[in-house]
Ligand binder design. Structure first.
Ligand code: PEP
Ligand code: MG
Length: 758
């Protein structure tokens, strides 16, 4: 009798449903399960092996010797059962003995059986057991039978988890011992070391119920979830930016393709027909796809698989109504966050005390999420491939971005080595901390001003901790990013006042809101003029602020009131032409007059500066310089515009070097021109926080840096070991006849002259 997969699975599932509902001990349930499966599939043998203390133990059998139960044990990778569990793969053999991994166990009496089929029992993407059937007659099992077994294995995983029978249950924090340590490589985005458990930003759903009570209702749930997911994808496509930037049309196109793929939804429906719940059906189909993809070793398909995994996970979350990110559930222990990409606001939702590190599949050095992580002191490793294949939720991870490495499920020897290195790096940090009260003066007596970049209230302490000269860039938009609604003027004023009071006599430069680009605010309508194809070059920063006069006015008042009695430094982002600076300044001056007329206490002085981030401004510096009190070069945006290379694009992250002659010559020209006009120049991009790059900047004549707090120690150490005059000569010579990059030459020079480059 030809069985359809759905019919045989459904029959087994209906019977299993009854078994599971009974108040029986787990062992009796397992015994009933093997009997049921054996009967329906007309199989002489049916056995269940479960992972206990790292080995696969025969827990129940029909057909093999009962004395073997709880006696026969196989290690991961040992025998057919161990092979199935280790590779999370199905085996279907007409002659079991012929398989190279076959291991004969006399106590079972299995010599009578020739054919063998086994499927892994999977929980959280790992095998926690094996379900196997055997026949005396040598024959391969039909696809429908294998599919029925796989479906049943899903249900078994629920039964096993509920009965707490295997190692890997219990919140996903413990793993099968034999799940080996592994290692992933990435690209250092934020320096540091961290240990913690893996937490996926988009959590995977653990399926609690696998057997459907009402098949029609399950069908309906999947149907509605598909609708909702398609809607979400359409919305993402129309916003042209999601996940915080860096994700691109290509991904979106693939998402769309899968979301509308009839084959996918049909397979899910078929799985529901066999008696599974919507969640179990989605997962069941995904397991099958995973296995097929593993068999086809094609990197292009692998990338696609990655997208389908994402989408399947999204569908699971939609159908189960668990839409929140890991942030909304809170971190329960020291954690390393894993995501494809993140927006800065998403990162800020996490508890800073427990978030120890971030691993991104994409990511770039100057994306705002990286800047925020750097400011939070959270190490980030980017461009790590195949994280979902390598890491499961709850796995122990050791992150060492200086080695660009991530250890997954480390052995105790690895942990010891890691801890030794961590202690050493803490020692070095302590050495930098001792530089706190030392001034950054070069060997030839030149004082460099080293300030920090900040944006949150918590960052204020960094000034004192590092001994920096003040805050050279206060990114006021961070307050907007962490807030669910537009921050009121009073909330803004309080923050600015706290910042000024927090730094005491030291100076603070407030940058007016730089919203837009990869810092879109959900509560602000960014695309009044239609979709933005290139948000980084779009309606952002000063462009947006000048048009949204109300926003800028409120901020101006908040800043002026907070600065009462002090010098207030205000800087405008993304100034592209001098008139924009004029307008912004005039807006502030009007607010000053308005507040003064109402008898408010005024700042002693307001100094206005412009950020130089748009190359066009450099061509009209002669017009701008007489108007400004200072200039601050934002090398993050500047380099993306100079090279026409998206700062958040993962493929461009390594392509152009900050030490390329074009950037350095550009900076040199701007600096010389500003200095000739008596205007101080600072660099406040990430470039200034990297010792070799900062050295090059000093070699160009730049003597004001605003950098991430963690870099203050290393930069001070570099400055204090540097002879500026001879460096300037070298830089001049190198720039006159440069190679593609000055990196090698400057590195060699630094080494020769014992410059400390941490
Ligand atoms: C820059 O562009 O270099 C800069 C400092 O501003 P942000 O990174 O906030 O765009
Ligand atoms: Mg910028």
């Amino acid at each position: 009798m030809a069985l359809t997969a759905a019919a045989s699975a459904r029959e087994i599932l209906t019977r299993l449903h009854d078994v599971m509902a009974k108040r029986l001990p787990a062992q009796s349930k397992l015994n009933s399960v093997v009997n049921t499966i054996g009967e329906v599939l007309h199989s002489e043998v049916c056995s269940i092996y479960l992972l206990r203390e790292g080995v696969l133990e025969l827990f129940a059998t029909r057909g093999l010797a009962q004395e073997a139960v709880h006696v026969t044990k196989l290690a991961m990778g040992e025998g057919l059962v161990g092979t199935i569990a280790q590779h999370v793969e199905t085996l279907n053999l007409d002659e079991a003995e012929m398989h190279p991994a076959f291991a004969y166990r006399p106590e079972t009496g299995e010599e009578a059986y020739h054919s063998f089929a086994g499927v892994p029992i999977i929980r959280r993407e790992r095998a926690v057991g094996v379900l196997a059937v055997q026949h005396a007659e040598p024959r391969r099992y039909a696809d429908v039978e294998i599919e029925a077994l796989q479906t049943v294995a899903m249900v078994l995983s629920e039964l096993i988890a509920n009965a707490d029978l295997v190692d890997s249950t219990g919140g996903g924090t413990t793993r099968p011992q034999s799940t080996a340590a592994t290692h992933a490589q990435g690209f250092k985005l934020v320096e540091g070391m961290a240990a913690g458990v893996a937490v996926f930003h988009q959590p995977r759903i653990t399926i609690e119920h696998t057997v459907a009570e009402d098949i029609e209702a399950e069908r309906h749930r999947v149907y509605a979830a598909f609708d909702k997911m398609r809607e979400q994808i359409e919305r993402m496509a129309s916003q042209a930016e999601f996940g915080g930037g860096g994700e691109h049309d290509e991904v979106l196109a693939t998402y769309k393709m899968f979301a509308y793929d009839e084959g996918w939804s049909r397979r899910i429906n078929e799985a529901i027909d066999s008696g599974l719940t919507a969640e179990a059906a989605i997962e069941r189909v995904q397991q099958r796809t995973r296995q097929r993809m593993r068999e086809i070793d094609d990197p292009l398909l692998r990338d696609r698989m990655h997208d389908l995994e994402d989408l399947s996970n999204r569908l699971l979350r939609t159908v189960s109504g668990q839409l929140g990110t890991a942030a909304s559930m809170g971190l329960r222990q020291d954690s390393i966050l894993i995501a494809r990409n993140l927006g800065p606001a998403e990162l800020l939702e996490y508890d800073r005390r427990r978030l120890k590190g971030v691993v991104l599949e994409e990511g770039s050095l100057t994306a705002h999420v990286t800047i925020v992580a750097r400011a939070m002191g959270v190490p980030v490793l980017g461009r790590v491939r195949d994280v979902r294949q390598l890491i499961a939720e709850g796995d122990m991870l050791l992150l060492d971005t200086s080695e660009e490495s991530l250890l997954v499920r480390p052995s105790s020897a690895m942990q010891e080595a890691f801890e030794a290195k961590l202690a050493l790096s803490q020692k070095r940090r302590a050495a930098f901390a001792r530089l706190r009260s030392e001034a950054p003066i070069t060997l030839d007596g030149h004082r460099v001003t080293v300030m920090v970049n900040a944006g949150l209230r918590d960052d204020i302490a960094a000034v004192d901790l590092t001994g920096a000269d003040g805050i050279g860039l206060f990114r006021t938009e961070f307050q907007f990013l962490v807030s669910a609604t537009l921050p009121q003027r009073e909330a803004q004023r309080r923050l600015y006042k706290d910042v000024l009071e927090g730094v005491g006599e030291k100076s603070v430069t407030f940058r007016t809101v730089d919203i837009g680009g990869d810092k879109a605010l959900p509560y602000l309508d960014h695309d009044e003029e239609g979709d933005e194809e290139n948000p980084a070059m779009g309606w952002r920063a000063l462009r947006l602020a000048l048009e949204r006069g109300g926003l800028m006015k409120a901020q101006a008042r908040a800043l002026i009131e907070a600065g009462a009695g002090r010098t207030l430094n205000i800087m405008f982002p993304m100034v592209s032409e001098p008139w924009e600076f004029d307008e912004a300044r005039a807006l502030f001056e009007a607010q000053r007059a308005w507040l003064a007329a109402r008898g408010k206490k005024m700042p002693a002085e307001i100094r206005y500066g412009a950020m130089l981030e748009v190359p066009a401004l450099a061509e009209v510096l002669d017009l701008l310089l007489p108007k400004v009190d200072f200039l601050s070069i934002g090398t993050n945006d500047l380099t993306q515009f100079l090279f026409a290379a998206d700062r958040a694009h993962p493929k461009l992250a390594l392509r152009y070097d900050w030490l390329s002659p074009s950037i350095l010559r550009f900076l040199k020209r701007v600096t010389d021109q500003a200095h000739a006009a008596g205007v101080p120049v600072a660099v406040c991009g990430e470039m200034g926080g990297r010792p070799l790059e900062a050295m090059a900047l000093i070699g160009l004549g730049i003597d004001r840096l605003s950098i991430t707090p963690a870099a203050v120690g290393p930069i001070k150490a570099m400055v204090r070991s540097l002879d500026r005059a001879s460096l300037m000569k070298v830089v001049e010579i190198q720039l006159a006849d440069p190679r593609t990059s000055l990196r090698a030459a400057l590195e060699a020079w630094a080494q020769e002259h014992s410059v400390e480059l941490a």
